[in-house]
Design a protein around this ligand. Sequence first.
Ligand code: AMP
Length: 396
Amino acid sequence: MQTIDNYNFGNKKALIRVDFNVPLNEKFEITDDTRMRAALPTIRKVLAGGGAVILMSHLGRPKNGPEDKFSLRHICQHLSELLNLPVKFAEDCVGTVAEQAAAALKPGEVLLLENLRFHKEEEKGDENFARQLSVLGDVWINDAFGTAHRAHASTAVIAKFFPNDKLFGYVMQGELTSVDKVMHAPERPFTAIMGGSKVSSKIDIIMNLMDKVDNLILGGGMTYTFKKALGGKVGNSICEEDKLDLALDILRIAKEKGVNLILGNEVVIADAFSQDANTRIASAMDIPDGWEGLDIAPSTREDFARVIENSKTILWNGPVGVFEIPKFAEGSKAVAEAIVRATEKGAFSLIGGGDSVAAINQFGLADKVSYVSTGGGALLEYIEGKELPGITAIRG
Ligand code: AMP
């Protein structure tokens, strides 16, 4: 199979779909360049192989055509510093401007195209727009995992114009290797820890994991829907009244499939959703009115940690408490620390999907787990078992 490692880039122009959707402040300074740094190995590989690089990305959500605040021009200088090379900029991603800039590009040079989303055809997956992009390069590389779940022109539709010259970049390769290891070839025991606020937003993932995991730890706000369904009193805790039957179904299915489903027994309850709240430890089945469960209690942290530490594959999605408020971050921190200990003992750990990534970064433990996904929505859809257009476009 053709890969970025065995492809001959000599004298080729590589059109690389990257995710440079970085946060900018009001002075157009980049406040977090993680996504740009992530793309460097792919860019360097093409240059080292004697090719030229044409980068295309979206930035923000422009509504009606070009808007200066969403111009990729703002990131050109920083990219040049990261690569230690001059980076050329094309004022448009298609048409004469882009075509002339691409044609003039020599091996070893880098060109950044203007925001793809200045053309509404990008998000519509317009075939003609994809063709216009495709004429710029000889080979297409998709390295934007964050948009792999979208069938946009540059992320998927363009593939048909490169039937023999389409590749994953290193970001995509890394994400796929990690998530495939977890979802398709997990060493056992395999434990998934699911948190977050609502069971309704996690239902597809929970159901898909049910056929794969040995242990399923459920924490965070969704705990209370389960406890209420089991006849508990949840006070003012977040609870989806219309999902009580669903919660019972999940418990029944887990039993039928032999999955060890673990819900926290004890929680930290608070009389307000704030750092200044009064707190107590309570049974998650017996929370007084006026109080709400906002974190797992120390005894539950130990219960969760025991299971996590005995696992060989771990997937963590969603904090088990309101980690944004320091008083209720301890449970999520204990989960993160248990994952780190398991990883030190040889487990493979994948952290992914929005808030658990923010949590592991907040605890400074991101480099002590096996893989932290950059994917967000794309990762979640992959775990749900959905086909991602950006992956299918290349894998077929
Ligand atoms: P989600 O986007 O569904 O993964 O939810 C993440 C959010 O769930 C975070 O902002 C957490 O603060 C929140 N969360 C976690 N535990 C609780 C809880 N016990 N009560 C309310 N919100 C929670």
